[in-house]
Design a binder for this molecule. Structure first.
Ligand SMILES: Nc1ncnc2c1ncn2[C@@H]1O[C@H](COP(=O)(O)OP(=O)(O)OP(=O)(O)O)[C@@H](O)[C@H]1O
Ligand SMILES: [Cu+]
Length: 672
């Protein structure tokens, strides 16, 4: 896999880490500890090195003279070079092996040049000063800089992992009458556990006893606590507020919603965006630019008559300061923050490239049922033909609908329950996609079908009633017995209030809203009118939804499709940005680029804004990182030497770290 290899080595390790462990921070923490230890040891060694250096002695006007003074200095500096410089030297070797020279090689080269030049001076080859003390302070600052930097980088990219770390390690398992506290890792599917008021839910599970409100805000961004009772699902990481719950474990550890989200997020963070590729390429060029600038700097200073020592020092500073670190981190950090932040709001980004396209949308196509409306149908009218009763109609329809998962079927069945009707057995059940259902009930062929089917088959119905009902925005289905009309059932769905606000906000942004539905033309227009949507595609067969999306794209428009991800899969895939909504905590909607955990159409707006903000931050960071180099390299080369501004390698290292820290902080300021 071609990932971050050419950036740095700590990132590279992080990625490998996150494959096998969901507590992905450990690799980083270990690295941070390592940097810290090397920093303090090198700092300790730096003091005698400073005292032993001629230059410092001259400045502070004291003199140390004892046998083997230079040898001791050499030994101490060698230790700092090897031990303190180790992460950079090892990183250089890694980069060399991957044939992608980058920041580690720059630093490795810089400290090696400084070290070997000084060693040559100590042993009497070459002229001028050694600069062991500068080498030592450079390494110390590099270690400190990277240590601080890694901490801020970790803070940015681990926002979600931190959530996992907050999860309780133990759960109260119920064994008959008693409960015992057991580690989460020992829980199995089906285990019953107790969650006391105020506690965090430790596993994904189903409530089998109790009733409470649950705060899911840190997982889905749902700010209002949700009421939950028996039979409903709870997710690990949410907080049980006032009730005491008995839940049956569905998933623990890796199989929980939270873990899947983290997995998803880390996958998305790895998928590179275009801006990122650009930055990586730039970072690669920067290596060669830095080397070239270093060599040119050396040559010019040397030709101006300065000593080799001074020329080497200038060259080392240039190499250190142009470390492409900030450039390499500029966009990955923003990506890390934006994916993690959005996941916490219940906006799961599966495909980053498509997500970045969201800032340039021209139109958003919404599926009607379940997206713009609640998807909860209630029966409002039942009309029977002359020889049947309302009960007959419902009873025949219900017997077939029992086999269906369609929201309309749920509506019919609820009505049957309400009226306490008995259902008959059904044989030869079959569903006619986008049309309805059929089956044999009491020896008769029963169909429950759409108005379109009635029209196509020229079946006689009560047109007048049908027209009236659909103009009221009600979805009507027809019941046929052996091809003859038996009756019709009208059902109403509630329009989501948030949907109207979303459509309005989109219009203000200059984005068209379009409705796509399998439902009848009149109903579709009624709903569209309620929401302020102008464009409606009605009576679209499921297989045809993708074609309708294509149709909207024809003039080059960038189009997002928002649907439930089940029967809209091809349309989601066809759209430039496929957004699945309303599938709850099922994160595995393969065809969607983005999954919205809450069923709130307004989240589409959040996606749009997030996409815009993310892009803006990336550009800002790239400018910061690139701009820094444009200023810093000439400065390090000594263009301002005539007016007395000369940077030492150590100051170069300070500036290098600062630029990265600024980029990291800027990334963390991203808001939704
Ligand atoms: N189980 C069913 N019972 C009764 N009628 C059905 C059923 N399934 C489909 N139909 C009929 O076919 C039409 C189209 O159904 P389809 O599933 O394609 O659209 P939908 O999911 O209801 O609407 P949308 O496209 O907005 O989600 C429905 O409006 C209805 O008339
Ligand atoms: Cu760096």
């Amino acid at each position: 896999m071609e990932h971050e290899h050419h950036e740095h080595h700590e990132h590279h390790e992080h990625h490998e880490e996150s494959h096998d462990s969901h507590h992905g921070g450990h690799g980083h923490e270990h690295m941070i500890e390592d940097f810290k230890r090397r920093f303090f040891v090198s700092l300790g060694l730096m003091i005698p090195i400073l005292l032993l250096s001629d230059m410092i002695q001259e400045w502070l006007r004291f003199e140390l003279d004892f046998p083997f003074e230079k040898t001791i200095l050499f030994v101490l500096a060698t230790i700092v070079y090897v031990y303190g410089g180790w992460p950079f030297l090892k990183g250089s070797v890694d980069e060399l092996r991957d044939r992608s020279p980058g920041m580690m090689m720059l630093i490795g080269l810089a400290i090696s040049v400084a070290y070997f030049y000084s060693a040559a001076v100590v042993f009497g080859y070459g002229s001028g000063h050694d600069f062991f003390w500068e080498l030592a302070s450079l390494i110390v600052i590099m270690l400190l800089g990277h240590w601080i930097e890694m901490r801020s980088v970790m803070g940015a990219s681990n926002a979600l992992e931190q959530l996992v770390q907050l999860l309780p390690n133990e759960a109260h398992r119920i064994n008959g009458e008693e409960t015992e506290d057991v580690p989460i890792s020992e829980l199995k599917e089906g285990d019953r556990i107790l969650v006391k008021p105020g506690e965090q839910v430790p596993v994904d599970g189903k409530i089998i006893k109790g009733q409470t409100t649950i705060d899911e805000s840190m997982l889905t961004g749902e700010s209002v606590p949700v009421e939950k009772s028996e039979g409903e699902d709870v997710i690990a990481g949410s907080i049980n507020q006032e009730g005491s719950l008995t839940i049956e474990t569905i998933g623990t550890g890796e199989t929980t919603y939270l873990s899947k989200v983290i997995e998803l997020v880390s996958e998305a963070q790895k998928s590179k965006s275009r801006a990122q590729n650009l930055a990586n390429r730039a970072a690669k060029y920067l290596f060669y630019i830095a080397i070239a600038a270093g060599v040119i700097t050396f040559t010019i200073w040397f030709m101006l008559g300065y000593s080799v020592g001074t020329a080497v020092e200038r060259m080392v500073t240039v190499m250190v300061i142009s470390c492409p670190h900030a450039l390499g981190l500029a966009t990955p950090l923003v990506v890390a923050v934006s994916t993690a932040l959005s996941a916490k709001q219940g906006l799961l980004i599966r495909n980053r490239t498509q997500f970045e396209e969201a800032r340039r949308l021209d139109a958003v196509i919404f599926d009607k049922t379940g997206t713009l409306t609640e998807g909860n149908f209630g029966v409002t009218d039942v009309q029977a033909s002359s020889s049947y009763t309302e009960e007959d109609v419902l009873q025949l329809a219900g017997s077939v609908e029992r086999e269906s998962q369609h929201p309309l079927a749920q509506g019919v069945l609820r009505e049957i329950e309400k009226r306490e009707l008995k259902l008959s057995a059904v044989d030869h059940f079959g569903s006619m996609t986008g049309v309805g259902l059929e089956g044999t009930v009491d020896g008769a062929h029963i169909q429950v079908v759409s108005p379109r089917h009635i029209r196509d088959q020229h079946i006689q119905i009560d047109e007048e009633t049908f027209t009236r009902l659909s103009e009221e925005g009600k979805t009507v289905v027809f019941v046929l017995k052996d091809g003859e009309w038996v009756g019709m059932i009208a059902m109403a769905d509630l329009v989501r209030e948030e949907a109207r606000e979303t459509v309005e906000a989109l219009r203000e942004k200059g984005i068209r809203s379009i409705m796509l539905t399998g439902d009848n033309e009149k109903v579709a227009h009624w709903v569209a009118g309620q929401l302020g949507i102008d464009d409606v595609y009605a009576e679209v067969l499921p297989d045809d939804k993708a074609n309708q999306v294509k149709d909207v794209q024809k003039d080059g428009s960038k189009v997002a499709m928002v649907g439930d991800g089940i029967n809209d899969a091809p349309a989601l895939a066809q759209a430039d940005v496929g957004i699945a909504i309303g599938s709850g905590t099922d994160v595995a909607v393969e065809t969607a680029d983005i999954v919205l955990v809450r069923s709130n159409p307004k989240d589409v707006l959040s996606i749009l804004e997030l996409s815009q903000n993310t892009y803006r931050k990336m550009i800002q960071n790239l400018w910061w990182a690139a701009g820094y180099n444009i200023v810093a390299i000439p400065l390090a080369a000594g263009v301002l030497a005539p007016i007395g501004i000369i940077l030492s390698p150590a100051i170069g290292a300070v500036l290098m770290s600062l630029s990265t820290i600024i980029v990291a902080i800027n990334a963390r300021l991203l808001k939704i």
